[in-house]
Design a protein around this ligand. Sequence first.
Ligand SMILES: *Cc1c(COP(=O)(O)O)cnc(C)c1O
Length: 230
Amino acid sequence: MIAQNISNVKKIMNLAAEKAGRNTEDITLISVSKTKPVSMLLEAYEAGSRDFGENKVQELIDKYEVMPQDIRWHMIGHLQRNKVKYIVGKVALIHSVDSLKLAEEISKEALKKEVTVSVLIEVNVAGEESKYGVSPQEAEELIRQIAILPGIKIEGLMTIAPYVDNSEDNRQYFAKLRQLLVDINSKNIDNVNMNVLSMGMTGDYAVAIEEGATYVRVGTGIFGDRQYTV
Ligand SMILES: *Cc1c(COP(=O)(O)O)cnc(C)c1O
């Protein structure tokens, strides 16, 4: 089931890339496995997935410890400063940096562990009150401040688009995130040359790819609906 889902998602990714005249190898599928058991992650792994996304530190660490070592783990959820120490050195990319204080904590932990941590700046492009992330207007200033910190590298931008029935409604936000990346790159800020756009989820990843996504984060489309227990 999961292998079939991944294969279907890949097909749609290829079509979207083709439509946009893009190289499909420039786009990586992240299997978003939050709330799902390790057995299902292993199925995705067997089907070829090497990039997994989690949104909670404890869950990510638990899975990191039992899953194969060649996986690239993506922290895609809101990250609290006091939990940074648990994931630095373990995750390939932190998608959710949205404050200088958080970036300073990552930098501090990176120096301690003698690693460089790759991060994305989370931008709330649609201006939804319920979402984390800096506004597009705040992004450049935050990037200038983070760029001078040691042990941390800004690879690009991430956004979580609104939940919509028609994915076309989100095209404007994906286009805006890409334009923001181009604009900020053009300022020639020292240590800043962003190449990564993490955008698009189950409902809208094809549109996101047409607008330049380099990472799409797909959960439901691979693992099925999530059941949250409280
Ligand atoms: C859960 C989650 C996803 C995946 O959502 P689906 O709609 O299930 O594909 C993507 N990105 C983030 C940040 C998430 O928290």
